[in-house]
Design a protein around this ligand. Structure first.
Ligand code: NAI
Ligand code: MG
Length: 352
């Protein structure tokens, strides 16, 4: 039985609740498909920070490099500035391993009520640029605490970076309905966004059968609420993609269901799989967190590991569990995290 080496960082808040719940489901599916998962549990995150003054050891990235994939819960702690937790762990992983695509599928799930009145199927994919753009280290802050204090943050867009994410999004669209929407703001952001538009247009022009449409991010946000069924694949910069994917997650029912993959498409480095949500300190420790986002992220990991049948099996199992009426509080049910995961495991067995 071939074993895949997976580094697992449960992290903070609800991370240590949803990650073990998901691991049980992933192991069950892997066993049914003739492979196994060899988990290396890494106790990194805010507790590690309190003890050592850093989110992960100095050689943390080297440790991760020896794995086939990284399975992450969430990081973030109300007692530690977010800039420490995110820039001390999540963002260095995305950048060191050149995980330039953040893939976030969005679907209306059976049995999960959307806050929207309509009932049209929603089935879209957000391809978020994940290594540059607005989340840059270029800038600074001077005259701290003085009336003349100022902060400058530069957005960094490169031809290389925009081309590769647009090419990836076009490929995803070509494998779906062929509709690609590019999120822009070239009417207000006059240097980087026209550049984004040009590079996306030139890149997608070469992709056969893909229809490209550019939409201003503010109108796109409104339209995603009013007509989510119109979208197939959306390609967006780091910031726009981040915001749109929380919005899209909410529109389909709960951010607790939303998965994501941080991909290094050439496969030279490990990719990382994590739910869209954060550490949810408001519900941490109560055992009520929805594990579906974490479980679905595991299905994205199976796809990336070259196990698409296992991915489909896992998705079918959690859809059946939700459809059968087992749901956590955020999607209108009463199930605990463990009860939800148990129901998914039961369906994994039943679907084998
Ligand atoms: P959040 O996603 O943690 O929570 C937003 C809301 O959604 C909360 O009301 C929470 O209870 C609910 N929620 C989230 N996941 C849920 C789940 N699985 N089941 C049921 N309800 C769920 O976002 P928030 O509150 O803005 O951030 C909390 C912390 O997480 C911050 O420190 C933030 O920086 C960090 N964060 C970390 C991310 C990561 O590790 N990738 C991503 C987003 C935020
Ligand atoms: Mg986010």
């Amino acid at each position: 039985m071939s074993a895949r080496r997976i580094a697992v960082i449960a992290g903070d808040g609800i991370g240590p609740e949803v990650v073990p719940a998901a691991i049980g489901c992933l192991d069950a599916v892997a066993a049914a498909h003739g492979f196994s998962l060899d988990w290396t549990e890494l106790p990194w995150g805010s507790a590690y920070y309190r003890a050592h003054g850093r989110m992960m050891p100095l050689d943390g990235l080297d440790t991760l490099a020896g794995h086939d994939a990284v399975f992450l819960g969430a990081v973030g702690d109300p007692g530690i500035p977010d800039v420490e937790t995110l820039w001390g762990l999540l963002i260095p992983i995305r950048r060191r391993f050149d995980q330039y695509v953040n893939l976030r599928p969005v679907r209306r799930l059976p049995g999960v009520r959307s806050p929207l009145a309509g009932t049209e199927p929603i089935d879209l994919v957000i391809v978020r640029e994940n290594t540059e753009g607005e989340y840059s280290e270029v800038g600074g802050r001077v005259y701290r605490g003085r009336p003349e204090e100022l902060a400058v943050q530069e957005a960094v867009f490169t031809r290389h970076g925009v081309t590769r994410v647009a090419a990836y999004a076009a490929e995803v669209a070509a494998g779906r309905r062929g509709e690609l929407t590019s999120a822009t703001k070239s009417n207000g952001i006059v240097h980087t966004m026209p550049f984004w538009d040009e590079v996306v247009r030139d890149t997608v022009a070469g992709a056969g059968g893909v229809r490209l449409r550019s939409e201003l991010i503010d109108a796109l946000a409104a339209s995603l609420v009013l007509h989510p069924e119109r979208y197939d694949v959306i390609v967006a910069s780091n910031l726009f993609g981040d915001i749109l994917s929380d919005l899209a997650g909410a529109v389909t029912g709960s951010i607790g269901c939303a998965p994501s993959a941080n991909l290094n498409p050439p496969g030279r480095h490990p990719s990382m799989f994590e739910p869209v949500h954060g550490s949810a300190p408001d519900i941490a420790g109560q055992g009520v967190a929805n594990p579906i986002g974490q479980i679905w992220s595991g299905a994205l990991m199976f796809d990336a590991l070259g196990e698409p049948a296992a991915a489909r099996h896992l998705v079918a199992a959690f859809e059946a569990a939700l459809d059968g009426g087992v749901r956590t509080r955020d999607v209108g049910g009463t199930a605990t995290t463990t009860e939800m995961a148990d129901a998914v495991r039961a369906h994994i067995g039943a679907l084998t």
